[in-house]
Design a binder for this molecule. Structure first.
Ligand code: F6P
Length: 356
């Protein structure tokens, strides 16, 4: 008998349930006497020992479901190995519970933070396989994470609706897209929706350049769409640490980068600007056909790894091929948008401004 735990951690996205569906279906076909154990609410459930014994019927229909039926709570990596008053850290508790629950292996679906914790658990002897999910597409070593394609589609559908009202009223719209550390989602969404300007954290913008470019755009047409990534900042703000930057903005009355940009444009160009953001809708709902197909491949590959006792790894797509990376080789590494990225080159080539 083999007992395999499954958990989803961090922010949810479309594709989590389809990935679990593929993983489970594939595992049932490969391992006799299999018991799958759902760990509830991510690493929090593992720390607290909250689980649900699963049966094959639990996975039926998951291909079409959004969210995660196991639940997910964020756990900060910074606090994961800090000892409490009894001398035990969250990591210690997880390792202990893996043994108490008699789990032969653990499959975790998550983003960067999840992968860092997975690597720590692997170093402590837990047999672990990870799967790369996040709308942010920022896991090092994989061409693409699942959830990203669906989120791009949601963002594009949203911006298309903004476009018609922007054109009707001759307005400038700033559309803020999730992505705190990296701008992949704003980039792909902006490109696919024909944005005039895309502002990313990787390319700090200059207020003068951004407003001058916008003025030039408004000479050619009556409206403009500016897509901005949640974590973007100006060249002036570059020297500030994240916390300081947010504090300075708060003091100025801006809760979001789109509010700040709107203010800068309004005061420089004397025009009215509207802001809009799809927010968590980018993460919600069911996966599109692309992400369903993708997660099926990732989930089935993860099942192979578990069946073959290959642990301490994460599933990845490299140059179009499903493969795996060692957790220790990718955990904690960043995958920012770069100047030489082909989407960026294409954007600059067709005249999209990054305001930089
Ligand atoms: O990591 C995914 C993500 O959606 C980011 O793009 C965003 O910055 C963050 O999660 C929002 O997290 P929360 O759900 O905690 O508001």
């Amino acid at each position: 008998m083999k007992r395999i735990g499954i958990l989803t951690s961090g922010g949810d996205c479309a594709g989590l349930n389809p990935a679990i569906y593929a993983l489970a279906k594939s595992l049932y076909g490969k391992i006799d006497n299999l018991q799958l154990v759902g760990i509830l609410d991510g690493y929090t459930g593992l720390i607290e020992g909250r689980v649900r014994e699963l049966v094959e019927a639990d996975f039926e229909g998951l291909i079409e479901e959004g969210g995660t039926f196991l639940g997910s709570i964020r756990q900060s990596f910074k606090t994961i190995d800090i000892k409490d008053e009894n001398g035990s850290s969250k990591a210690d508790k997880m390792v202990k519970n893996v043994a108490l629950l008699q789990l032969d292996a653990l499959v975790v679906l998550g983003g960067n933070g999840t992968h860092k914790v997975a690597n720590l658990l692997a170093e402590r002897g837990v047999n672990i396989v990870a799967l790369p999910k996040t709308i942010d597409n920022d896991i090092f070593g994989t061409d693409e994470t699942f959830g990203y394609n669906t989120a791009t589609q949601v963002g594009v559908d949203y911006i298309e609706r903004i476009r018609t009202t922007a054109a009707s009223h001759s307005r400038v719209f700033i559309i803020e897209i999730m992505g705190n550390k990296v701008g992949w989602l704003a980039l792909s969404t902006g490109l696919a929706s024909g944005a005039d300007m895309i502002i990313l954290p990787e390319f700090p913008y200059s207020v003068d350049k951004m407003t001058a470019d916008l003025q030039a755009i408004l000479k050619k047409k009556n409206y403009a769409l500016v897509v901005v990534s949640e974590g973007a900042f100006s060249k002036d703000e570059k020297k500030l640490k994240n916390k300081e930057r947010l504090q300075v903005r708060q003091e100025l009355g801006f809760r979001t980068i789109s509010e700040k940009l709107a203010h800068e444009i309004e005061s420089e160009l004397g025009i009215q600007v509207r802001t809009a953001m799809p927010g968590h809708a980018l993460r919600g709902g069911t996966a599109n056909a692309y992400d369903r197909n993708y997660t099926l491949q990732l989930g089935a590959y993860a099942a192979d790894l578990v069946a073959d006792d290959v642990f301490g790894v994460t599933v990845a797509k490299v140059k179009g091929k499903i493969t795996h990376n060692q957790l220790k080789a990718i955990a904690g590494k960043a995958k920012p948008v770069t100047d030489v990225n082909q989407k960026v080159l294409a954007a600059r080539s067709i005249g999209i401004s990054f305001g930089d």
